[in-house]
Ligand binder design. Sequence first.
Ligand SMILES: [Zn+2]
Length: 184
Amino acid sequence: MLSLFFGILIQVIYVPGPNSLTPSEVGDLLLNVKSIYDTEFPNKPVKINFSGVHYEVPKDTYTIANSQKAYYDWRSSLQNSKGNYLVILPPTTDRFIVGYATPGCHKDNFNSTIVALLQAQNQNGENRQIHSSYLVTHEIGHIFNASHRDTETIMSFDLLHLITLYGGVNFDVASKRDIRRCVD
Ligand SMILES: [Zn+2]
């Protein structure tokens, strides 16, 4: 029987909070990330499927502490289940965007977690959706075995600054090779 499922599954856990992305901004972000991967790998796509976007809403008012607690509760409930997870949290108290990913090749049914603290706008009202989208693209690169590159590309340690300068960057040849080796 032909499987309709094709590609790499990443389950999304979204925790709202102060200055966080809205659910519709999360939807836009996931589409942006898929489209960056489609553009970067045009001939032989790296297909990413996002599923199970569920909304862990902190019970009290939105505070950073409540959002973080919702994340820790979720994480401790999950200790023995395998999969690739993307956890979207509100930005830091200083309204910075930052991310972390389990390095290595975690293709399918492996254990990896990306934690991304994202926002749609900074405190000056400047758009940060594109920064957030590239940050998630970069972190997914890490779970597909890409490491940091000293080039003005997606795997640069200085990615967010590059996005401010250029509005967008690409993977370099070495990152594409690393990702291909993992996902093929
Ligand atoms: Zn990185």
